[in-house]
Design a protein around this ligand. Sequence first.
Ligand code: NAG
Ligand code: NAG
Ligand code: NAG
Length: 973
Amino acid sequence: MGMTSIDVQIILCLVLLLFTQNLKADLNRNCIENERDALLGFKHVIADPSDKLKSWVGEDCCSWQGITCNSSNGHVTKLELRGIGSRYSGVNECEDSCLGGQISHSLINLTHLNYLDLSVNNFSEIGIPEFLGSFKMLEYLNLSQAEFIGDVPPYTGNISRLKYLDLSYNSELTVDSLSFVSGLTSLEYLDLSGLNLSMADDLLHSLNMTPSLMELHLSSCSLNVFPEFFHVNITNIQHLDLSGNLLQGHLPSEVGNLKFLEVLLLQDNELDGELPVTLMNSLCNLRELNLGKNSFGGEVWGIIDNSSGCVSAGLQALDLSNNNFKGVIPESLGEFTSLEYLYLYQNSFEGPIPEAIGRLLNLRELSLYNNLFNGTIPASLGQLSKIEILDFNSNKLTGIVSEVHFSKLESLSRLAMYGNPLVFDIDSTWVAPFQLQSVYLSSCKLGPKFPQWLRGQTHNSLQLLDLYNTSISDGIPDWFENISSNIQWLDLSHNQIRKSLPKFGTPSTPVFPRVIYLNSNKFEGPFTSFPEDVEVLDISNNLLSGEIPQTIAATMPQLSFFSLSENNLSGGIPSSVCNLTGLSYVDLSKNQLSGAIPECWQEIEFLNVLDLAYNELSGKIPVSLGSLHNLGSLHLERNNLEGRIPTSLGNLTNLLTLDLSENAFTGTFPSWINENLSSLAILSLHSNMLKGEIPIQLCGVTSLRILNLANNMLTGKVPNCFGNFTSMIVEDPDFVDFWLSSFSFPVLFQMPGRYNAYQDHVLTYIKGRALVYSKTIQFLFSIDLSENHFFGNLPDEIVNLKLVQNLNFSGNKFMGNIVSDIGNMEALESLDFSRNELSGSIPVSISNLNFLSYLNLSFNNLSGSIPHGNQLQTLNDKSIYIGNDGLCGFPLQSCQTEPELLEPGQRDENAKDESEMHWFYYGSGVGFMTGLLVVCSSLYFKHSWRRAWFRLVDGIYDKLYVIVAVKMNKLGR
Ligand SMILES: *[C@@H]1O[C@H](CO)[C@@H](O)[C@H](O)[C@H]1NC(C)=O
Ligand SMILES: *[C@@H]1O[C@H](CO)[C@@H](O)[C@H](O)[C@H]1NC(C)=O
Ligand SMILES: *[C@@H]1O[C@H](CO)[C@@H](O)[C@H](O)[C@H]1NC(C)=O
C-alpha cells in the first residue's frame, strides 16, 4: 500500500515539531546562568599556573574549554580537565601545567553532570571532595594521578549510576575500606591501581556487589588475597589486571569460570606451581595473557597443546617470561596465528625452536633469550615479515644462520643472537630487506670477513652495533663510513680486525654520547681522529704506532673515557690532553711514550683514573697532578721518572691506589702519606731510590691493604704501629663495594670478558714470583718491605694483621727473634724473612699456618729444631732453611746428629745467586695450590731478571686461585 496524504501530513507535522524544538534548544545554547556561576566559582579558587582556563570568560559557558553541555536542555554534562601525563607511569608529569589548590563546592550546582575528569593534576593539599557524592547523574569519574590525599569519602558510593571509576595512582590516598564500591551497582570499570589496598579487608566482599564489572585494574595494590580472588562474583569480567602485587600460591582452576576474560594480567607477583588446565581450555576469548615475572613452573606447553583450539586463534600477546617454565615448544604453536607478542625469556625452555614459528605471520616481537633452546634456527623464521624484534640471545642455538633466515624480515629493527655458538654464513652479494636499529651478535662467528650484509644499512637507522668477539679478521671496509654516522654504541672489540682505524660518517645531528670499543684487535697505523661526539673511546691492545696528535682535544672535545693502552705509540703526551676537561678516565699505559708528563692538570676536575704506567716517561711528577681532587687511581709505575715525589700529591684525598714503583724517585719517604689519604688501599713505591725512615704518619693510612716499599734504600726501625692497619685485620665489605664501584664504566652487558669498570691492578711479588692482580685485587692483603736497610726487631704487632697473605721482610738487617705468635696470622700463604740477622728458634706456632705454601727463612742466624706437623710437612725443601747454622730437624738433618756446617766460601755472590735461581725455578713447587699458577716468575731485586717478567693477564688461574684460597680459608674457620 502507498502512503496516504494524511500519512504525509502527519510526517510533515512531526518533522516541523522536531525542527522547532531544535530551534528552541539552539536559542537556549547559552549556558544556564546558575551553572556558569558554579563554573566561575570553581575557576576562582583553583590554582591554574599555566592559565589553562583562560577561555572561561563570557556568557556561553558551553563553549569554554573542557565543558560540554546537553544540546537539548543546555545543562553542563561534561567537565574534562585532564592534565598532560602518562597513564601508568605513576608519575604525574604535568608539573607547572597542573591544576591544583582547592575545588569549589559551587560545582554542586552542576546537577546534570555525568562525566567528570580531573585526572593528572596536582591537588596535593586536599582530599577527594565529599560533595562528588551528590552528582546523582554521574556515570564517569576519573580522578587518577591527581595527588589527592586522605581517605576516599564513603559518599562516593551513593552515585548509583556510576559506570566508570578511576582513582588510580594517588599515592597519598589511604583506602581502609572498599565499602564505597559496594554501593556502585552499575559499575563496569574500576581502576584502583597504585593504591595500597592491603588494609582493605572488605575488598572481596565489596567486589561481590558489583556484578556488572567488566574491567578491573588492581595493579600495584599490595594485594595478597589469592587464590580467594577467583571465588568472587565477577563472572562478567573481560579485563582483569592484578599485576605487581604480592599474590602467592597457585593459580586456581576457578580462573576458568571467568569465561568472558579477554585480558588477564598477573605479571610481577609471587605466584607459583603449574598452570591450571582451565586457563587454556575455558578462556576462549583470551587475547592477552601475561604471567611474566612469577615463579610458575612445569610444562606449560602440555596445557597449550590440549587447549582444543579454543584459545589459540585469538591470542595476540603471550608473556611467560621470568618464570621456571620448562619443556619443548610443540609444533602446535603454529595454531596461534594471531600472536603479535611472544615473550618466553628467562625460563628453562629447551629443545629446538619449532619450524611452525614461521606460521605466526602476525608476530612483531619474539623474545626467547636466557633459555636452553638448542638445535638450529628454523629457516621458516625468514617468513615473518612483520617481525620487529628478535631476541634469541643466551641460548644453546647452534648451526648456520644464512640469508634464508632473514629473507622476508623487512620490518626487523632489533636483532639479538649473542651468546649462542651460531655461525653466520651469508652470501656477500645478499641485500638485506631490513634497516636495523640494533644488532647484538657478540660471540657468534661472523668472520673472517667483516659482515657484508651490513653494507645496505645506509638509512642510518643503525644505533647499536655489537660485534664483540665475532671472529672477524678483516680490515674495516670503506662502506662502513656510510652506515656508521648514527651508531651510538659500537663494539668491535676482541676480534683480529686489521689495517687502519675505521672512518665514521658525519651525523646530521651529533649522537652524543657516542661509545666506541675497538680494543683487543690488530689495528695498525697512526691514531686517527674520531667523530667529535665520541665520549668513550677504547683502542687499547692494538698495534697503533706514531704519536698521539696534539689535535686530539680539538677534534674530540667530549672525551671522557679514553684508552690507548698497550699499543706501540711513541712521542710525548700532548699537552692538549689537559683541554679535555670532561675526562674521567685516561689510560695510556704500556706504550713507548717518552718525554715529560705535561704540567697542566689543574682544569680536569673529574679525572678518576690516570694510568701512564709502563712507558718511557722521564722528568719529575708535575705538581699540578695534585689538583686532581677526584683522582682514585694514579699509576706511574715503570717509567724513568725521577726527583722527589711532590708533596702536592698529598691533596689527592680520594686516592685508592698510588703506584709509583720502578722509577728513580729520590728523597725521603713522603710524610704526606698520612691519615688524610683515608681511602688509600694500595701504596706501591717499590724499586725506587727512597731514603730515610718510614715516618709514623704512614700508620695513619688505616685503609691500606697492599703496602709495597721493597727495593729502596729505606732504613731505621720499622715504627711500632703496623697494628693500626685495621683494613688488614677485619674484612670490610662496604669498603670493597665502594672500591669496586668507584671506577664504573659504561657497559652494555654483564657478560664474561666484558668489563664494567676500570680494572685497577697491582704487581705483587708473592711466593717468589711476580703476579699482576687485577680482577682479584680486592682479595689481596700484602706487606713487602724487602731489600731495604731496615734494622732492629721485627714489628711484633704485625701478628694482628690476620688478613695478610703475603709478608716479605727479606734482604734487610732485622735481628732478634721471630715473634712467637706468628701463627696468629692465619691467612698467611707466603712468608719471607730470608737474608736478615734473625736469631733464636723458629716459633712452634708457625706450624699453625694452614695456608702457608711458601716459606723462606734462609740465611739468618736461626737455631734449634725446626717445628713440624700440619702444613709444615709439605714445605720439605731444604732451601727454606739453608744458611742458618744452628737449625736441625726435618727437612734438614735430624737434631741428634751434628748439623752440617756451611763452608764460608759458599756465601759468595755466585752461590747466593744459584740458590736464588733454585727458588726461581723450584721454590714454588711447594704448597697446595701453586700448581695452578703456571706463570712467569722473577725476583725483582735482580735487575737482570726483571726483564723476564711478563704479565699474567687477568688470568683465570689467578682468579681461580684466589677463589679457591678464599673458600679454603672459610672452610678452615
Ligand atoms: C547554587 O545556586 C544557588 C542559586 O543560584 C545559589 O543560591 C547557591 O549558593 C549555589 N550553591 C553553591 C554551593 O554555590
Ligand atoms: C553472586 O551473585 C549472584 C547474583 O548476583 C548471587 O546469587 C550469588 O549468591 C553471588 N555469589 C556470591 C559468592 O556472592
Ligand atoms: C637439545 O637438548 C636436549 C636436551 O634438552 C637433547 O636431548 C638434544 O639432543 C639436544 N639437541 C641438539 C640438537 O643438541
